[in-house]
Ligand binder design. Sequence first.
Ligand code: AMP
Length: 352
Amino acid sequence: MAALPAGATIGILGGGQLGRMIAIGAAQLGYRCHVFAPDDHSVAADVSAAHTRADWHDGPALSAFAADCDVITYEFENVPVAPLQLLDQAKLAPGPRALEVAQDRLSEKTFVTRLGGRPAPFADVASMADLEAAIARHGTPAIVKTRRDGYDGKGQWRINSAADMDAAEIGKTALVYEGFVTFECEFSVILVRGRDGEVRFWDSTHNTHENGILAHSVLPAPAIVGEQLAEARALARKVAEELSYVGVMTCEFFATSEGPVFNEMAPRVHNSGHWSIEGAVTSQFENHVRAICGLPLGDTSAVAGRIVMDNLIGEVALDVVGHLSDPRAHLHLYGKAEARPGRKMGHVTRVG
Ligand code: AMP
């Protein structure tokens, strides 16, 4: 594909803060953005040229949206795939196969295993008998997760025996058993792949979670991450190549005494890469735009040895003056109306 000229339109499926930061990166390169999101209020649409507010399954709305866009991308991995299959596939970047794989924890783990990656022991759980068989084979403690639509620790049950699992949940939604991984720390590999197949990686941060939600990403990561990075990156690269991926993609890992254990992938820019806005020569958002628009990729190197990104979750985000009392703090607020507990409202990055 020839590089898209300035003034071209990028379609973004999904209306949250990731879309907002993609749109800001796109604006810098002279593009306009059109957001498609069913939400009444979209913080991505707030900074974009156009917003189609319609259901994911509204075919005519989706077609009209696609006709206005030169390229279409995602900021949300749970966009239903079937309606996308009716659109001009050449406009979609990355292709919907990446969504299909990442939307289902079982297909994601099976896919990665086939490529030589190592997830936690896993099994499909369609019945109590399946759960008992998985426990007999792989043991406890374990985590039972919904195969679809889980995020930020939602849709997960930690169990020590089959009796700990709410029997009413089984059969209600598709579930997957996961062996509990004892890890030293969590890290993610974020890469960008261009239309010509060039791949670049950002440095991997040490990610810590609170209540299942990413709280902090810190560079440098502990030494164990450095030791496991080559293997983790090789797997992430294989995933991207196998999917003919274009854009930014993330794989999350547990660093364990036996090497990197794959947790999950996101076919999009990622919260653990927000530090790159000020902390890397080229941010994940700008490079995502460059990749999908067929532009040369930018340098992903970190600009300092120590970089800290803190998520602002819930009401803590409201203390704007407090956050800015540190003159080195880069404050990002996502423009969400209500600071509910557990809601990602913004983040702060400190470089150096
Ligand atoms: P997830 O939504 O699958 O990324 O899970 C959210 C968080 O729960 C992860 O970042 C880990 O801290 C923890 N977690 C998820 N799966 C496992 C596992 N199999 N073993 C240990 N901890 C896990």
